[in-house]
Ligand binder design. Structure first.
Ligand code: C2E
Ligand code: MG
Ligand code: MG
Length: 679
């Protein structure tokens, strides 16, 4: 339905005198001719033949129609496109379908444009009945005009021959050649090469368009220009930018670690897999992690932890070449895949430099941090060695760096490999040992300096290995801690110790028992649950059980640990700080914990009298917080005398007793009791 355009200002709607004069000739012609104002979507001038085509009663009735009514967005866009094309002075010929009274009328229209006053555009249209008005032809022509698919025909050497409206809208200018489309000219070379080879080719390319740089999916075919028979290229293209961006984003997300933007494990696997397709080239994997990162997190919070991870990642990235791939495996574990280095020694020097770069201090708000990293490097050849074996070698080297004291680089070698193998065997054996119950407790008495009597014993675990004999704790407790087996082993020791004190209590042996607790045991609720279960029995002498924790167990989330220790203390158990003086905590820090006893580390005792002032300080601190003092590893009478003079409370050491099996302890206790009988 046609509506009038009364709402438009009359002056703009009306043809100017010059336009009227220009059109004067048309009234004498039998060919339909009209002038269409693109900006106002109305017909300005029309001869009788045109009025007949538009089924208008008169020119003025036709002028009053608002042709924007019911106009589809494609037609509107095409009209805008015509404006741009007219600026180039072009004359076009197209098959149009117009709807004068909602009835379709097909016309061959030749049109050219001109600028009206006030910056609006008009087109002079000349219509003739199409030579081929078969519905098939009309529909295919209409489809070509209305489709969003961009269809263009280019001469074989590039200049455009035809573009449908969608293609014309997209190009920068109507004379943009095929090669001019491509942001990367090499893509045009590829296209032409493939066309020559196969006659057709599909590719997705970044192209210059009127709407900026876009991704087009191009489908090109070699053909002949229907008008001249000359070689031509027919190109059909679709804008796939949204799809491409979404796909790239999905790929980015699938390959990247969200926190640091580094690549992830999936990408590393893929890259090494791809490298293996080429003849073996030398690569290297560097594993590194931040020393004591857990403490940074626990002490300063996760926000700080995340910041440290991001900064470490940025620094590492800045030090790498384009060929190297930085990966965050998770937590504080990073991997770098190095390619393209010439000599192993060059790479080692580069990695040493990276170690220094990463060590530089960070400023986070008011906090200055100097985290260090430990590194493990392994060389390998993709295709010859698997990624898994290279990763395990780098991991072994990293482990060696940790054991050697952190903040260093270790390069994998066969000796390290053999040691790791042995450690793995220990781990396997330990798992079996927990099943077969191969752990036994030895007891080392503790003597009171004043009464000279045994007042306590420390339970020290031994592993009764089927072939190796009695294995000391230092050879397997660290492995238990690394592998998480300590949860099980620690639980076995704890229960055995608690049962032991229960039985001593029942048989009238009134000494105390110390049980060593690994820091990792605090991470599970098994510890407190077991202690609570035993303490729930009113006859259980919880006050005679002392739990020994090393200073390092106290570092990190101070509040949480203090709370846990307080809960244990509230159940009636005592707490001792073991190996005091060699850990990371400072003296004042200790007062935050409910410590009943401080065990001065053996290393201080063995250095007496030189270490006298330090021991003096520790004794003073212990007195301040009301804790008992125990000297560990007392081996000589001179040491014992010095400690007794300084009013240290108790001693434990080979001078008095070595660790011994239960039966021996019972005998020693008996002798100790009889010594004290009045003679
Ligand atoms: P620790 O808790 O400091 O235990 C004292 C260690 O010093 C014992 O070694 C003991 O034999 C040794 N020692 C005692 N007096 C002397 C001495 O005069 N001279 C010398 N040279 N050494 C002396 P052991 O039994 O080999 O235990 C070593 C460490 O293993 C323990 O140090 C403790 O940290 C750990 N450990 C032992 N048993 C357990 C346990 O049941 N659980 C946990 N988590 N750790 C344990
Ligand atoms: Mg101990
Ligand atoms: Mg100790």
């Amino acid at each position: 339905m046609n509506r009038t355009v009364q709402q438009l200002p009359a002056a703009e709607r009306a043809p100017s005198a010059a336009e009227k004069a220009m059109f004067e000739f048309a009234y004498r012609l039998a060919t339909p001719l009209w002038v269409f104002d693109i900006d106002h979507s109305c017909i300005l001038l029309a001869n009788d033949a045109a009025c007949a085509v538009w089924q208008a009663e008169s020119e003025s009735e036709l002028q009053s129609r608002d042709l924007s009514e019911g106009m589809s967005s494609t037609v509107r866009n095409r009209l805008l496109q015509y404006q741009a094309d007219f600026a180039d002075g072009a004359v076009f010929s197209e098959l149009w379908t117009v709807y004068p009274k909602d009835e379709p009328v097909s016309l061959d229209v030749q049109y050219s444009g001109f600028m009206r006053g006030a910056g609006s555009f008009a087109m002079l249209c000349e219509a003739s009945l199409p030579t081929d008005v078969s519905p098939e032809n009309i529909r295919s022509t209409e489809a070509l005009l209305h489709t969003d698919v961009m269809i263009s025909l280019y001469k074989r050497d590039g200049p455009p021959l035809y573009m449908n409206p969608a293609a014309r809208t997209a190009v920068l200018s109507s004379d943009q050649t095929l090669a001019d489309l491509f942001v990367d000219r090499r893509e045009n070379d590829v296209l032409m090469f493939e066309l020559d080879r196969k006659g057709e080719h599909n590719q997705v390319s970044k192209v210059y368009t009127d709407a900026g740089l876009r991704w087009h999916s191009l489908s090109a075919k070699l053909c002949a220009d229907a008008a001249t028979g000359e070689p031509a290229v027919l190109v059909t293209s679709n804008d796939v930018s949204d799809l491409k961006i979404a796909r790239d984003k999905a790929r980015y997300l699938a390959q990247r670690d969200q926190l640091t933007g580094c690549y992830n494990r999936t990408f590393l696997k893929q890259t090494v897999h791809d490298l293996a397709q080429f003849p073996p080239q030398r690569c290297a994997l560097l594993f590194f992690d931040i020393d004591q990162f857990k403490q940074i997190n626990d002490t300063y919070g996760h926000e700080m932890g995340d910041d440290v991870l991001r900064r470490i990642a940025n620094r590492a990235q800045a030090a790498l070449s384009k060929l190297d791939v930085l990966v965050r495996l998770g937590g504080d574990e990073f991997v770098i895949l190095f390619r393209g280095f010439s000599e192993q020694s060059d790479l080692i020097a580069q990695v040493e430099q990276l170690l220094c770069d990463l060590r530089k201090p960070f400023q986070h708000n008011a906090i200055r941090l100097s985290p260090t990293v430990s590194m493990g490097l392994a060389f390998f050849k993709p295709g010859k060695h698997s990624l898994t074996s290279a990763m395990s070698q780098a991991d072994i080297a990293l482990y060696a760096s940790k054991v050697e004291g952190r903040d260093r680089l270790t390069v994998f070698n066969e000796v390290l490999g053999a040691a790791a193998k042995a450690r793995n065997q220990i781990e396997l054996d330990l798992r079996a040992a927990t099943q077969r119950d191969e752990f036994i407790l030895y007891y080392q008495p503790r003597v009171d300096f004043v009464s000279k009597k045994i007042v306590s014993a420390e339970a020290l675990v031994r592993w009764q290995h089927p072939t190796r004999g009695l294995v000391p704790p230092n050879d397997f407790i660290p492995v238990c801690e690394e592998t998480g087996l300590i949860a099980q082993v620690g639980q076995i020791i704890l229960e055995r110790g608690l049962e032991q004190i229960e039985s001593w209590n029942q048989s009238g042996i009134d000494i105390e028992l110390s049980i060593n607790i690994s820091p990792l045991q605090f991470e599970s609720s098994d510890l407190i649950n077991t202690l609570a279960r035993f303490a729930a029995d009113p006859s259980f002498p919880a006050h005679r059980v002392e739990l020994e924790v090393t200073e390092n167990a106290l570092i990190g989330n101070v509040e949480k640990i203090a709370e846990q220790l307080q809960d244990i203390s509230d159940l009636g158990y005592r707490i001792a700080i073991d190996d005091f003086g060699v850990g990371y905590s400072n003296l004042s820090y200790v007062s935050a914990f409910p410590a009943d006893c401080i065990k001065i580390d053996r290393s201080f005792i063995s250095q007496l009298p030189g270490s006298g002032p330090v021991i003096g300080l520790i004794l003073a601190l212990a007195r301040q917080i009301g804790a008992r003092t125990v000297a560990e590893g007392v081996e000589t009478p001179a040491q014992a005398n010095w400690l007794a003079d300084q009013a240290c409370d108790q001693a434990q050491g080979f001078l008095f007793h070595r660790p011994m099996p239960l039966d021996d302890l019972k005998r020693v206790l008996k002798e100790d009791a009889s010594d004290s009988q009045p003679s």
